[in-house]
Write a new protein. Sequence first.
Length: 570
Amino acid sequence: MTALIFSAAIESMRLSLLSSALALPMLYLFVFNAVRAFQRLRGEETKPLLAPHSMPLIGHVQLFLAQPAKLASVFSAAEHSKQIFRFKLPFASLWFVKGPSQIVQIMSDSKTFDFEPMKNIALQRILGLPGRIIDLANRDDSGVGRKPLPASNIPHGRRFNYLERKTTKDFTRPASHAAFVDKFEANLYDWVEKSAIGDEWVSYPDLYPFIRTILFRATTDAFYGPQLLKSSPYLEEDIWKFDVNVPFLAKGLPGFLNRSAKRVRHRCTQAFRMWRVSALQETAEQLPEWNEKSGLKTTTLRKEVFEQFEEWDDTSCAASDLAVLFGLTSNSIRASFWFFLETLRSPDLAGDAAREISSVITTSETYNSTDTAPPRFDIKLLVRLPLLQSLFAETLRMYVSVMIVRTTRQSCKLGDWVVQKDQKVMMCNYAQHMDEKLWNQDGSSPHALDAFWGRRFLSGSETEKPDSSPVAQMEALADQSTPTGPRFAGEGLGAKFFPFGMGERVCPGRHFSKIQSLLAYALISESFDMELLVEDGWRPRVDWNHFGYGTLPPAMSTPFRIRRKAAAVV
Ligand code: HEM
């Protein structure tokens, strides 16, 4: 009996303990739901909707680390009218911004939305720079504008982010850019003239490495001068190995999972270390815009900035040079590959592109292997040709994917939401470029966004009704050079189309990138016949492992054949 009473007492104690243990979370849940319901009623919910595919405990980790194609489709499918979604990652939540006006707000307000996460991914993870340099960059809260941000106390000489960026961007100064383009053009012509390809067809297994080699050498020699690749001929191969490893490095995964990633990065850095010793001897003041030893002035200006900061040693400077070479070549050369591929795939586009190109040739002879030089182009007019610009823009729309991340420096309002300080927000240009509701509002366009349509960025073309709005008529009157015919309409599209980012951090290489693709296509297609050896309509799959890190590379080879154009019959 006693035992029964005792066990009944124990049972009742257990139940009361259990119920009080349950009561607390239930009370919490009740209060939480009541607060949320109240906030919802007042339109003040504190967190945006969770994105799909979150898993218990690990949230969206798997999606970000191992399912890039699925991530791309989640980004693209998210409705922009809902503005913001939330991804759960360990120790952090990431707000993914889809609303066009919120994207414009973030990109144009660098006082509130700090570039720091992008810098940290690049310096710490991708380049593996030591902590003292990351601290230097992170302690500098003065922004990258000429005027430091009002809240900052950093002395001018310690404004590392501003000084480094200013000297790197020196290549966009008109005189420097002109020297860069001149050299790039000369290097391309040199390749055309010296190439062993004759007037018999030669087959190649893959168009991507073919274009890559031509453009990598022409671009790198133009920026750094020819000494860099001469002293380290293996750098070209290594940089593309490094390129393959960038997604791995950027994710911050443990090194033992991929030992070759750091090895290749080390070899690339060593190449720059060697080059710096012999190339960067003079002061920028003594140098012309371009010289054989160190290329553009920017390479020496950057060295001079690094010398002002004791945190930077030789290896770190060399790693930073590697970052510039990577920025200069990776995204834009891949874009050039897709430009060639998509244009050559369509006889209709290739034919119209050839007609446009012939209108900006400045030399009269048609090129052939024996008696005349390759044609010359008016580059200023070339980059304004409507169809060529549309082809380039459509290439970027289809193949560029950059995850752009910022952190809030202070709490602020973003659309319907209040964002707390230190919240990471992310946008992805690919998600906007593939959003049917943004591009095809009334659902009437026959041109799906997952198919390349080279005339998408033309207005007033035969494929579209001419734009007869008063604004279009005013523009046509003002632009006497193209009074009729299609016009390029790919600028000022805001958050619908921003392959190069926007605002203060817009890509400084965007003009060069366009020149690179258009000039390379014009010169090579005018000098050689090229044919893809693939079935009609075929195109290589993209390599989704690079989703979010720039222009997507192809995951398959594209065989093709090429021969020098036959002599013109006079
Ligand atoms: C198709 C080619 C390219 C694409 C799609 C591309 C894309 C981008 C994007 C989206 C950003 C902005 C990132 C952000 O806002 O967080 C950026 C920044 C940058 N890009 Fe490019 N880029 C290309 C070519 C180039 C080239 C040729 C260079 C030449 C050096 C270059 C150098 C840079 C640099 C230095 C920055 C950082 C700017 C800063 O610190 O404010 N890019 N790029």
